[in-house]
Ligand binder design. Sequence first.
Ligand code: COA
Length: 179
Amino acid sequence: MDKRVEIRQITEKDADNLYNLIEKNKAFLSTWMDFFEKVDKNSVVYSIEKWKKSMILGESFEFGIFLNNDIIGMVSLIIEKDGNLADLGYWLGEEYTKNGYATEAVSYVLEFAFTFLSLNKVQIKVHEDNFKSQNIPKRLGFRYDAILREHQRLHGRYVNLFLFSMLKREWNELWKKTN
Ligand SMILES: CC(C)(COP(=O)(O)OP(=O)(O)OC[C@H]1O[C@@H](n2cnc3c(N)ncnc32)[C@H](O)[C@@H]1OP(=O)(O)O)[C@@H](O)C(=O)NCCC(=O)NCCS
């Protein structure tokens, strides 16, 4: 895969661009992640500070996805230390979709999770109707594990999520085959 995007920590300098990206894409993002409806400039600045602290503590890793130094989305890992595993999430501004950028960014975070953090497992939970998002774990070789019934509240309704996972040994096996 050609490297087109990069992932890196989001700093205070990115606050305006991140806020503008979210503001422009509020309706698109809120379809599947309704907390975006409440995002404003202050909450972006507060979140960047919170993400920095969580990263230092090793509790979560929130990366910006950058294309030619412009922020186009985010990918995050929330660590569950007891299980040595993490939950992975992602989003893109709508104009940057349909290019493979999210799949590429997720593959970099998987390499970080399995090689740098040495996690045993990464899981992705996706709304049962969010087919574009389901394509990402499927494309990267995740296994479909289960349906999590009424696992999330979205727009005031409980919704089912599909659970996908990848183990460290599976990632290493895939990585060996493709490199
Ligand atoms: C989920 C989301 C990131 C998926 O976006 P996406 O553009 O489909 O994903 P990618 O960036 O990986 O792009 C993949 C698409 O680009 C296409 N593509 C075009 N050129 C490509 C290239 N050079 N390389 C790879 N893929 C390419 C792929 O065929 C694929 O399209 P398909 O799904 O129709 O087959 C996006 O829809 C989103 O942010 N949604 C709102 C938030 C959300 O739902 N987040 C997930 C919550 S679980």
